[in-house]
Ligand binder design. Structure first.
Ligand code: GUN
Length: 284
C-alpha cells in the first residue's frame, strides 16, 4: 500500500518558512504585497481568490484585491495591470483565470511585468525555465517538485511521465523534472498506447483533467503517483485524475485529492511573492 504524500502538511511547512521570512522583511521595513485581480464572479475562481487572500494574511503579506465586473473591457484591465506594474509597493500581480470570453488571456498575461509575474505564466518566465535561468516558475509544478523532494523521493535518473501538456502544468512540469535530471516523457490526448508509456514511469504525474482516468493498469508496481486533477465526482465528493482506490495498493507513494497537490499551489504562490519582494530589495 502506498505511502500518502501529505500536501497539507508540506504546504503548511512552506507557508511557515515564508511567514518567518516575511517577518524578517517587515523588520527591514518591507511589506510583501500581492495584487489579486478577478474579473466576473465565477464561483470556483472566487473560492481560489479567497484562499489566496487568506494565505497572504496568514504569512503576513498585504493583499490588494480588485474585483472587477464581468463587463470590464480588456483595455480597462490592461490599464490596471499597467498601473500595478509601475507601483513600487506591489511585488506580485495575479490575474485569476479564466477571464471572460471577450478578454484575451494571452494579452493580459503578457502585459504583466515578468518581474511581478508570480504565477510564472509570462512567456519570459516560461522561456527562462526552458533554458534553465532563474525566474518565476508556475506554482503547481513547482509545488510538485517540493512534494517529491520533501518526501525524500529522488528524481535524478528516474523515468518520469507527465500526462498533460498545458502551459500551466504539463510543460513546466516536464521542464522541472528535466532540470532535476529525470528522464522525461510528455503524453497527451493524441498519445498512442498511453497505458504502455505510463506503465514505464517511476514518477507519474497525472494532469490530463479526466476524473479517475488513471487506474492500476496504467501504473507500474512501486511507482510514485502525483495527481493534479480536481473534480467533483459522485455524491459531490472530490476526486482527481487518478482512481485512488485502484492505484494506491500498487504505488509506493501517492498524493490524495483533496490534500495533495492542491494546497501546494498556494504555498508556492506565497513563496514566489517573497522571492519577488527580495529581488526588488536587492535592486534598490
Ligand atoms: N486559475 C486556476 N488556477 C490558476 C492559477 O494558478 N493562477 C491563476 N492566475 N488563475 C488560475
Amino acid at each position: 500500500m502506498a505511502e500518502i504524500i501529505d500536501g497539507k502538511k508540506i504546504s503548511a511547512q512552506i507557508k511557515e518558512e515564508v511567514k518567518q521570512e516575511a517577518e524578517r522583511l517587515l523588520k527591514e521595513g518591507v511589506t510583501v504585497t500581492l495584487a489579486v485581480i478577478q474579473v466576473g464572479q465565477d464561483k470556483a475562481s472566487s473560492v481560489y481568490v479567497g484562499n489566496k487572500k487568506k494565505a497572504c494574511e496568514y504569512v503576513g503579506f498585504r493583499s490588494l484585491s480588485y474585483e472587477l465586473p464581468e463587463e470590464t473591457t480588456m483595455q480597462e484591465l490592461l490599464d490596471l495591470v499597467g498601473e500595478l506594474n509601475g507601483r513600487m509597493d506591489v511585488d506580485g500581480i495575479l490575474v485569476q483565470l479564466p477571464l471572460p470570453a471577450h478578454i484575451s488571456e494571452e494579452k493580459v498575461i503578457q502585459a504583466i511585468s515578468p518581474d511581478k509575474d508570480v504565477d510564472g505564466f509570462h512567456v519570459q518566465n516560461a522561456g527562462r525555465l526552458a533554458v534553465g535561468i532563474e525566474g518565476f516558475v508556475s506554482c503547481t509544478p513547482a509545488g510538485i517538485i517540493e512534494l517529491l523532494k520533501r518526501s525524500g523521493i529522488e528524481i535524478c535518473g528516474k523515468e518520469c511521465v507527465v500526462v498533460g501538456r498545458s502551459n500551466i502544468v504539463g510543460k513546466p512540469m516536464a521542464a522541472l523534472l528535466l532540470r532535476e535530471n529525470g528522464t522525461v516523457t510528455v503524453c497527451h490526448s493524441r498519445t498512442k498506447e498511453l497505458d504502455k508509456i505510463t506503465a514505464r514511469a517511476d514518477i507519474l504525474v497525472a494532469a490530463l483533467g479526466k476524473p479517475k482516468f488513471i487506474t492500476a493498469e496504467y501504473v507500474k508496481e512501486g511507482a510514485v503517483v502525483i495527481d493534479v486533477g480536481i473534480h467533483r465526482g459522485e455524491n459531490n465528493k472530490l476526486c482527481g485524475d487518478v482512481d485512488f482506490d485502484s492505484v494506491a495498493p500498487k504505488a509506493s507513494y501517492i498524493t490524495p485529492v483533496p490534500g495533495g497537490v492542491g494546497p501546494m499551489t498556494i504555498a508556492m504562490l506565497m513563496s514566489n511573492c517573497l522571492k519577488s519582494a527580495k529581488m526588488r530589495m536587492d535592486k534598490s
